[in-house]
Structures are given as structure tokens and as C-alpha cells.
Ligand binder design. Sequence first.
Ligand code: PLP
Length: 341
Amino acid sequence: MTNSVIDLRSDTVTRPTPAMREAMFRASVGDDVYEEDPTVRALEHETAARFGLEAGLFCPSGTMTNQIAIKAHTEPMSEVICEQTSHIYLWEVGGIAFHSGASVALLAGDRGRLTAAQVEAAIRPENVHYPITRLISLENTHNRGGGSCYAFPELEALAEVARRHRLPLHLDGARVFNALVATGQDGREYGRLFDTVSVCLSKGLGAPVGSVLLGSRAFIQKTKRIRKVMGGGMRQAGYLAAAGLHALEHHVERLADDHRRARELGAMLAARPYVAEVLPVETNLVIFRLHESQPAEPFLAHLEQHGIRASSFGPQLIRFVTHLDVDDAMLPRIGAALQAL
Ligand SMILES: *Cc1c(COP(=O)(O)O)cnc(C)c1O
């Protein structure tokens, strides 16, 4: 056990726990394209309830839930306002252009976070030269921002701008439960602000596959056809949904442990002479920059020799992620490897 690999590359690398596997094994299933899978329905219902939204749509990935939401909210020649390092723009293969034929208004955030004033200034006035602004999309926690969280009053101000301009507000909530746990907020408070929310079950929650898109009943009805054309209509998906339901019940509160471990890793890194900067650690992501004298590749190779895997996140930038498969006993091993460099 002491020699097991410590995988800090992402919170997507977790494997289902024995209890989760048991829940999957026992799941009642049916054909979900016929809307006959009771476990998928239960997951969609339970996730929606946690955000006080009406309905949910279970999909294979967070990329799909985001892109389906964008397609349903926009049309060609319209525009999405988002942050320049947001996942929907940077890491979804240009899907906004590909699936929706829409443009993007890219704003520079503070570690990924936009302000209400910034967003309001980006809304297009009526002019035949411009695309029509159709959607505002936020990301919380923000991946590239190092797991940063919005303060709730700023989200309220952003929602107020959206409402005043009659624009829908979407949340890429791949790690929304990390944000809720870190800020002590309830999902239903978010549900009052956002029209649609994408929630990932396969990140910190530790399920093997799946994301749920949440919104009004009418909106989710519309998204079913888009999911089908993208090839995301699944059949006996209840086996996967069962893992998600188990995760919602058992793996949300424990995110606080991931956050504590991430803070400890952040402190260890800040004390190393070859680390130039550690972004403030708010949740389970630790992004740090190496000094120019310490190239990233040999640093990662050194960790690998100690059985620790991490990912490069740009020139001199490294990301450590804590998750369900990182425990307290691993922290001294990581500390020793960092000191040995
Ligand atoms: C991981 C992630 C997604 C979705 O990724 P999939 O791998 O497609 O499930 C979306 N947004 C953010 C911020 C993410 O980190």
C-alpha cells in the first residue's frame, strides 16, 4: 500500500469504492431513451432537487451537458459571454462554434471570476454588425483559476444583470459541490440565480461516469433532442446513475477533507525554494508556478520516481488535485518527495 501511486493529476482518476460498486450492481434499470430507467430518473430528480430546479438530464460527460445547454440557449450568429480560460471555451474543442455556430465574448477574470460590471459591459447593443448576446456562462469553482470560488453576493449581482437584460445564466458546475462546501452555501440558493446548471459526478464526487444538466422542465424537454443528435442517449444507464446517486449521498460532505488536504499541500509547496508562487487554495485544486531555474519536466519526472503523478498546466505551472483516492497517509510521502528535490 505504501508504494501505491499517488495520482494528483485530476479528480477524474478516482475509482468507484466497494460501496459504490455494490450500489451499481444492485441498480434497477430500463431503457432511458424510452424514459424507462428508474435509477436515471431518480438521479435526475435528486440532483435537480438539490438545486431547487425542476428537471435534470443525465449525460455521459460535463462537456456534453455544457454544450447541450449552450446549444439550447443560443442560435447561430448569437454570442456567449464567458471567461477567457473557461472550460466551455478552452477545453471543449471549440464546441461552441462547432455545435452552436455561436460566437464568444471572452472576458479576463480574476482567477476565472467575472464581475457583474464586466459582464454588463460585454452585452451587445442592437447593431447589425454584432452577434446577439444570448447567454452568460460562469464556472464555479474555476478550474484554471485554481479552484477559486465566487463570493455569493457577486453571483447575486451577476444574476441581477442577467435578469435585467433578459439573458439566461448558465453555470458550469463541474465542481459546484466543492464551491458549495467551501462557502457553506446551499445548492438551492444557486438554483434561484442560475437558469441552468451542469453538475459533474465524475470529478470530486468520485463516480466513474456522468454529468447532469439542470433547468426548467421545458428547457430539459428541449435538450433531450440535442442529447440524441450528439449521440448521448443512453440505454440501461441506471448502472451509472446508481454511482451518481451513491456519490450525492456519501461523497459531498467529505469534499471538506479534500480541501483541507489541498491547503496542506499548498503550505508544503509554498515552503519549497523552487516554488515561485502558489495560487490561493480555496478548494481541491492547487496550482503553483516553479521558479525559472526549475524546469517543469524534470520536476514532474522527480515526482514520478517517487510514485507521484501530477500534471503540467502551462509553462512552469503545475496542478495538484486532491480527491477521494488521496488520503492523509499520502501527505507525508508527498512532503518527503518535495523535500528531496
Ligand atoms: C472537467 C470539467 C468539465 C467537463 O469535463 P468532462 O471531462 O467532459 O466531463 C467541465 N467544466 C469544467 C470546469 C471541468 O473541470
